[in-house]
Design a protein around this ligand. Structure first.
Ligand SMILES: [Zn+2]
Length: 278
């Protein structure tokens, strides 16, 4: 099983609170927690999001993830495409970091930054993604920050760039939740658009138990399943947990409910393996 959406480091996004302390503490305890989560859930590999504001020699914000990966080699970094930094020097440094071959994808933080997918500031990053054959992941849907402006994170905007940059595979993180119908249409229409199922419910085991008891989980499952059915493409969904926002095992059980059983192998493993060349 491949979990293609976790946070092993603080993403350093404006206005995001409640980041657990262990993401900023010493590496060994963090790695121990991650190992336990992986073991409980049967996860064999993970993609970890980088952070904004990387230094000059770490323009994609992946160095801290790579340090964790030295202790936990099944963790691979995703670089942050920062639309506020598009000077030639920065982009050359980004390209050098991509040449290392360690970066599995680029990510754009829609809403947290006030740039839509159609902003010209993202175009140089799309070109790099095309040249290095890397998927481009967007945060889509609800933002986890009071400072974010959510209109930039609407999944419908992804259609615009999916058409204009057909050589890039785009991934809508969180399936555009709560705009699932819109996200489903964009995925259905564009062969080069995928979606991850992370972060659709956020909380600890007690929260999931409480929401299950109240019937909330069942209703979320129904709502998301309708979106997946509309796309007619369960083979274009990817498993991710958004850990540490949810426990891996509990979230795995939730995603199992969303996907027809004959597509579990694809969604929990094969799609990510192919898309991210793992
Ligand atoms: Zn996330």
């Amino acid at each position: 099983m491949i979990d293609m959406h976790i946070h092993a480091v603080n993403p350093q996004l404006p206005g995001v609170r409640h980041i657990p302390d262990f993401l900023s503490g010493p590496l060994e305890p963090l790695v121990a927690i991650l190992r336990q989560q992986m073991q409980e859930s049967g996860t064999e590999a993970m993609l970890g999001m980088g952070h904004l504001g990387g230094t000059a020699d770490d323009p994609l914000g992946i160095a801290s993830t790579l340090r964790i990966a030295e202790l936990l080699p099944v963790l691979h970094p995703i670089g942050v495409a920062d639309p506020t930094r598009i000077d030639t020097e920065h982009l050359q440094r980004v390209e050098r970091q991509l040449q290392s071959g360690k970066v599995k994808a680029l990510k754009g933080y829609l809403g947290y930054l006030y740039y839509g997918p159609d902003s010209p500031a993202y175009v140089p990053y799309y070109e790099l993604a095309a040249r290095y054959k890397l998927p481009f992941i967007f945060h889509t849907g609800d933002n986890y920050s009071d400072l974010a402006k959510v209109k930039y994170a609407h999944p419908l905007l992804v259609d615009e760039v999916a058409v204009d940059h057909r050589g890039v595979n785009f991934v809508m993180a969180h399936f555009g939740n709560p705009w699932i119908t819109d996200a489903a249409e964009v995925l259905y229409k564009n062969e080069n658009v995928w979606a991850d199922l992370s972060g659709l419910l956020v909380g600890d085991d007690a929260y999931f138990a409480n929401m299950t008891e109240r019937g909330v989980v069942r209703r979320v499952v129904e709502r998301v399943k309708q979106g997946i059915e509309f796309t007619e493409r369960p083979d274009k969904f990817l498993y991710g947990t958004d850990w540490p926002l949810a426990p891996m095992r509990t979230y795995r059980d939730f995603v199992r409910e969303l996907i027809p059983e004959n597509y579990h192998q694809a969604v929990f493993h094969d799609n990510a393996k192919a898309l991210f060349k793992m």
